[in-house]
Design a protein around this ligand. Sequence first.
Ligand code: FIX
Ligand code: ZN
Length: 424
Amino acid sequence: MYHMAIQNKDQLQTFVKETIRTTPITDIHTHLFSEQFGDLLLWGIDELLTYHYLVAETFRFRPELSYDEFWAMSKREQADLVWKTLFLEHSPYSEACRGVLTVLNRLGLDVSSRDLESYRSYFASKSTSEYIDQIFQLSNVSTVCMTNDPFVDAERERWEKIGQTDPRFNAALRIDPLLNQWETTWVKLKQWGYDVEEQMTDRTFEGVRSFLRYWIRKMNPLYMAVSLTHDFRFPESSPRGLIIEKCIVPVAREFDIPFALMIGTKRRVNPDLREAGDSVGLSDVRSVENLCAAYPDTKFLCTMLARENQHGLAVAARKFRNLHVFGCWWFLNNPSLIEEITRMRFELLGLSVTPQHSDCRVLDQLLYKWDHSREIIAKVLIDKYSDLMDTGWRLEEDEIRRDVADLFGGSFWSFLGRKDPAKG
Ligand code: FIX
Ligand code: ZN
């Protein structure tokens, strides 16, 4: 076989950038839905502008605006206010604002016109299915993983009717209420016919396991997932700790799927902001290590929200091969922090990490979240390869292609022990 070696640093730069641009991505955590889920899939300019990141930023410039007044507005009115406040009255360089402009630009719209109505007419001319195709193609994302919560009525009802799903949208079984609000969730399970009681008895555990099995068979999820507040500890004799031990872990093993933990929120520090009112707190990496050590046959995916936890988490992944670290979550999804965290992870974990997920709530965001992250991942990778070249190491083009494919989903699929469906 003929090998194409990289000859110099200029060639390295060009080749890495091109490979990063053209390698399709598996986006392992989003809040997107396929078309079959109807209005659960959000897209278009008004959704982009009312993204909760931008809502939080808008209130900072509107001390006179009451929360109730804002929430009483129609989506279009809210979008008008966000546009006026964050784009016209101030320069929109926060990451979330810049993201909207990247999206418009990538769609070929004239960002310099600042003409919100013309953007609206562009989106009004699109059908959902053609727009989904367009965004997947333009963002070069091959598959996304949804967040599928059977405790959300609208979603549960749709699952009961769905037949064949769109292969671009993988499922993830999200079970926050099971772990975080057992005191009310058990009543729902009981109503749905599961033989559970509030007490943590063997009967309850079997009921919860049946519930998980039912949804795993229906959704065929890539993993089960939960987001946990910063004060999560394991082991713990709470319903949360016991359900993990007696239900999640055995069922994860039974179906050979990972349990994904997203740890570090402080929920509703400002409840008036609704979805935008959550914050961040310092979490306990030791608890993740405890889980990995107690259940070496169970796979854990983990991301943490606090910047201060990133180093400890990467070190934990060096100790436990059943732990796969992913993404720069939420308040970490900013260029300066992505760069710092990605650099550190590459240094500690090489290629056995998934550096980013998008967390998109609006389909169009795939364009900006991935454009922005691709640029930073390329920069860090060029530096790392460049250091290798300085030692005299020779890099082949195919090896760079292989590495980038791993970072953009390959390592994740290997960890799962599954084949990337996009690769046939
Ligand atoms: O829990 C989660 O999956 C979080 O990502 C979201 O709830 C959060 O609101 C978000 O959109 C962060 O990016
Ligand atoms: Zn999320």
